[in-house]
Design a protein around this ligand. Structure first.
Ligand SMILES: NC(=O)c1ccc[n+]([C@@H]2O[C@H](COP(=O)([O-])OP(=O)(O)OC[C@H]3O[C@@H](n4cnc5c(N)ncnc54)[C@H](OP(=O)(O)O)[C@@H]3O)[C@@H](O)[C@H]2O)c1
Length: 291
């Protein structure tokens, strides 16, 4: 099995249902992402109340051949209480082999594809049976339905457990100048030690990097504006370049529908921050100097 190859920045489809786009406009967004080098697309079964994969698949069907030029990531394991899942009486996690297989079949159908390039377990599940899940992953791989596997929002210890049963390709976690946890809780140390690049969700803090009005966020924005100005880039570009500067080689998953934001993301691939600029952002983000 060839190693997983994601684009340096991944386009996230979480918000696609909110974009209120026609199938042609959704295809336009996919193609605009591709033109900027973002060939990998991030999904989950639950996005848009279990609707986004089908919205994406509908757009993909308009351009035969496009599937071969992209990588599709999806997730499963969260069970929502919604009319679309009438059997769910309470929000819960399900990482049983039966649920994972059924969810993969749904994802393939929605995305109108015969395979996922990467499947992630969306959240750590206290009932996760690592042997059962590893066996299920191997079967899905043998069937050609999923090429690679990973997890999301797992602690280093939770990652270690499943990784001891089957090689995992990533841990997709939240990180941004407004969310520093993985820098300091062992997540990124583990990623670097194992050579397993993490994917980063909400790298712009879901937009609140630009909009949060509390004193800490305003001060951070001011410092980031100063550093970005000196580098001749936008704050969005700086935020992504700041993450990509980490030696564990993070892959940001961005979530904008705007072409300008896609351009600003692409610009980040050409920026390498000095250690001092990186720490200017960290100092503002952490609200203190290093010791
Ligand atoms: N694994 C998980 O548990 C998990 C959880 C959440 C998300 N994700 C994945 O991560 C992806 C990205 O998450 P996200 O959407 O929160 O990422 P993000 O890139 O941090 O935030 C994107 C949001 O910020 C807004 N925004 C405002 N100003 C912007 C600017 N100057 N540049 C760029 N965006 C700006 C965007 O609105 P506009 O569209 O108007 O630009 C959009 O609503 C999701 O699509 C999903 O695939 C995974």
């Amino acid at each position: 099995m060839a190693a997983l190859q994601l684009s340096p920045i991944v386009a996230g489809a979480w918000r696609m249902a909110e974009w209120q786009m026609s199938p042609e406009q959704r295809l336009g967004w996919i193609q605009a992402s591709l033109e900027r080098g973002f060939t990998s697309f991030d999904h989950a079964d639950i996005y848009g109340g279990y609707s986004v994969e089908a919205l994406f698949g509908q757009a993909l069907a308009l351009a035969p051949g496009l599937r071969e030029r992209i990588q599709l990531v999806s997730k499963c394991g969260i069970q929502l209480v919604t009319p679309a899942r009438s059997g769910n009486a309470i929000k819960h996690y399900d990482t049983s082999a039966a649920h994972v297989r059924a969810s993969v079949e749904n994802s393939l159908k929605g995305l109108r594809t015969d395979r996922l390039d990467l499947l992630l377990i969306h959240r750590p599940d206290a009932l996760l049976d690592a042997d059962e899940l590893a066996h299920c992953f191997l079967q899905l791989q043998r069937d050609g339905k999923v090429l690679h596997f990973g997890v999301s929002n797992f602690t280093a210890a939770q990652f270690e457990l499943l990784h001891s049963r089957i090689p995992l390709a990533t841990n997709q976690v939240e990180c941004s100048p407004l969310h520093l946890d993985p820098l300091h809780d062992g997540t990124f140390d583990q990623a670097q030690r194992l050579g397993v690049a993490p994917m980063i969700w909400s790298p712009l803090a879901g937009g609140s990097l630009f909009t949060r009005q509390d004193e800490h966020a305003q001060k951070l924005r001011w410092i980031m504006g100063e550093v970005a100005g000196q580098l001749g880039v936008s704050i969005g570009t700086l935020a992504l370049a700041w993450l990509m500067r980490l030696p564990c080689m993070p892959v940001p998953v961005i979530g904008s529908h705007r072409l300008q934001a896609l351009d600003e993301a692409r610009a980040a691939t050409a920026v390498r921050l000095s250690a001092q600029d990186w720490y200017r952002v960290w100092t503002a983000a952490a609200g203190r100097e290093v010791a």
